[in-house]
Design a protein around this ligand. Sequence first.
Ligand SMILES: CC(C)(COP(=O)(O)OP(=O)(O)OC[C@H]1O[C@@H](n2cnc3c(N)ncnc32)[C@H](O)[C@@H]1OP(=O)(O)O)[C@@H](O)C(=O)NCCC(=O)NCCS
Length: 206
Amino acid sequence: MAVKAGAILRPAVRAALVAVAVVLTAPLWLPARLQAWLTGGEGVFAGCSEVLSLFPALPGVYLRRGFYRMCLESCALDCHIGFGTTLAHPQARIGRGVYVGNRCILGRVVIGDHVAIGSNVDVLSGRHQHHFDRRDVPIQEQGGTFAPVRIGRNSWVGNGAVVMADVGDECVIGAGSVVVRPIPAGAVAVGNPAAVKKWRDRPEAA
Ligand SMILES: CC(C)(COP(=O)(O)OP(=O)(O)OC[C@H]1O[C@@H](n2cnc3c(N)ncnc32)[C@H](O)[C@@H]1OP(=O)(O)O)[C@@H](O)C(=O)NCCC(=O)NCCS
């Protein structure tokens, strides 16, 4: 009976605390949404993300939940976005039970349920944010492509990885790896560029 009560109460308390965080962060997400609606700009969102990344411990986790709940395309109530972690764009989706460690930078990401991301991980919006074919024009003025990068459910990305392409469901990405091509579901991929080293259900196979 006590277990059942806990299982019901915990999500209810969490939802109530996120609601409080939504109210407390209204001075941040309201201007961010207003800017996006009026001009399509993302500067206020990015600035607020930086400010909120500086709040430590559980209060910080809740404040970020409240803000991202109101700004992102979707953000689960129970996700953990760590200290120092920032999101560059509101076009992001964060699933249930997601854990993102400290000091990460997230672009246009779609993070599946129960994904674990270590610390100092960069998940970029693809690989081609800047075109560079012309040498007579500064790279920053040549435009580029921001593509969503997906990390499949129940995958684990180790510390210091840089992810620029999709990661399938149930994958493991080694610490310090650089993902430049899509990684198939169930793979353990390591290195730069990340290559499949083995499979989670067939540890011996290369
Ligand atoms: C990827 C990882 C999970 C592999 O663990 P494992 O299944 O025990 O794999 P093994 O130790 O048997 O290594 C298999 C091979 O991959 C290599 N390898 C393992 N991790 C690697 C990494 N991060 N980068 C490059 N190569 C790696 C090993 O050297 C070994 O190579 P070999 O077959 O040529 O000898 C682990 O090494 C790792 O990177 N963990 C992340 C830890 C982390 O970031 N924690 C904090 C966040 S929660």
